[in-house]
Design a protein around this ligand. Structure first.
Ligand code: HEM
Length: 205
């Protein structure tokens, strides 16, 4: 039975909170990887209560503990888990919010609409959400650098979301983090190269 706990003030001691929908997407990923019991096992290992409702706010610390639990259970680094989660989450958001994707046909167009359209729309639907603000640098149509700075330091999640967007649009991209807060930089630079449609890269015959 799904239980929902009170979430009106789910912030941790530092006042940070993550929207419940993010936890719901992590639950979906855990269950698609490890079956119906996987989520409850992860909640136990992480030492958190669960019961996340999509519109609620829950402590950042819960997400950190759950990612660490996934990392131990799956034998993968936390960065790797966070990145896979970003990809899975983006594809889940595309199913839940098709209207945000409908105006776009390319990964690049979606990315450049994040600050002005998509994340502001998310804040209208979820007024307590705190999605990040990106910086943009570009030297041409096939290249874009996303500059990411957030206390949450979820650059792996951002990288995975870009991969998820490229899967959604049937494109190939490469992403190189030329700067990263985890190696001492002030912010993360995701240098993205857009390689065109995926099927253009499948060898003929
Ligand atoms: C490739 C495109 C996207 C990227 C790179 C991206 C990036 C991110 C990142 C890195 C976060 C974590 C918060 C932080 O770092 O402080 C975040 C949060 C979030 N994003 Fe996005 N995002 C993308 C698209 C979307 C879309 C399409 C939606 C909705 C349809 C969405 C909804 C959200 C929500 C609900 C949160 C949680 C905010 C909170 O808990 O306060 N994002 N996004």
């Amino acid at each position: 039975m799904t239980k929902f706990r009170s979430s009106l003030d789910g912030r941790d001691e530092s006042g940070r909170a993550v929207k419940g929908i993010i936890f719901n997407l992590l639950e979906d990923m855990a269950e698609s990887a490890g079956g119906p019991e996987a989520w409850d096992e992860l909640l136990d290992v992480a030492g958190v209560d669960g019961g996340y409702s999509a519109l609620g706010d829950y402590p950042d610390a819960d997400l950190v503990a759950l990612v660490a639990a996934c990392s131990r259970a799956w034998g993968r680094t936390e960065f790797d888990v966070t990145k896979s989660f970003g990809e899975f989450a983006l594809l889940g958001l595309a199913r839940r919010y098709p209207a945000f994707f409908a105006p776009h046909s390319r990964t690049r167009d979606l990315l450049v609409s994040l600050n002005d359209v998509i994340h502001p729309e998310v804040r209208k639907l979820h007024p307590t959400a705190r999605p990040p603000l990106f910086g943009y640098r570009s030297s041409g149509d096939d290249q874009l650098t996303l500059v990411y700075r957030s206390e949450r330091q979820l650059c792996g999640f951002a990288e995975g979301m870009v991969v998820g967007a490229s899967v959604h649009f049937g494109e190939s991209v490469t992403i190189n983090q030329s700067m990263c807060v985890h190696t001492g930089a002030d912010d993360c630079h995701l240098d993205i190269t857009f390689l065109g449609a995926r099927d253009e890269h499948v060898p003929a015959g």
